[in-house]
Design a protein around this ligand. Sequence first.
Ligand SMILES: [Zn+2]
Ligand SMILES: [Zn+2]
Length: 248
Amino acid sequence: MTLISFIKPIGRAILDTLLPPNCLACDTPVETDGQFCLECFRKTNFISAPFCDCCGVPLPFGEAGGRAGICLVCEATPPAFTQARAALRYDDATKHLILPFKYADRTESARGLALLMAKAGAALLLRADQLVPVPLHISRLRQRRYNQAALLAWQLGRMIKKPVQPDALVRNRVTVPLGPLGFEARRSELQDAITVRAKNIGGKNILLIDDIMTSGATANACAVALLAAGAARVDVLTAARVPDPRLT
Ligand SMILES: [Zn+2]
Ligand SMILES: [Zn+2]
């Protein structure tokens, strides 16, 4: 870590206490930390009913789906996790918020995103014994210098006073981008990519935390590993959710 990269976050933290907080998605000042300005609030698509009771994917209004409240994908291939929830739809509006947080050091967004996640995932947080972030491979961690999922997990853990296990899971290798792959190819790409390092998850309800859920394949691979290691149940909470890539 260079001296500049060490000093920058400290300087930003001092500025944050002196200046009024900005909107989560733009530079407009707002009253409290973690708020959207009116303009951004209007543009932001929060996930609201109807959504799949299992994976949380937004469903078109009037869609019959499969079994009551469950999307056809979950009905055909039930995921290893019990329930997944997300605060925001991942679209052009939320990209302005999530991508700088993920790649460009806008780590101050973590608290605001965690506040939105706490609302969307209240029931999941209530029954969780431990919060576990989706891991980055060590090479990615060195590039970015932080794991955005771990920042969200820390913020949520502090808000609800539950333990966070940042190193419970390890990513053994860099996986190729899963977006263009089909269901089976994703599953085989993630085969053995995640292992459990924590020893104390037996019988525990684990809440997996991440920034974006796309197909759910990574969350599923983490859930498979955690359940094999003895977890009683795994739920998933993310800041944003890609509407339904699995149908394309
Ligand atoms: Zn704004
Ligand atoms: Zn579903």
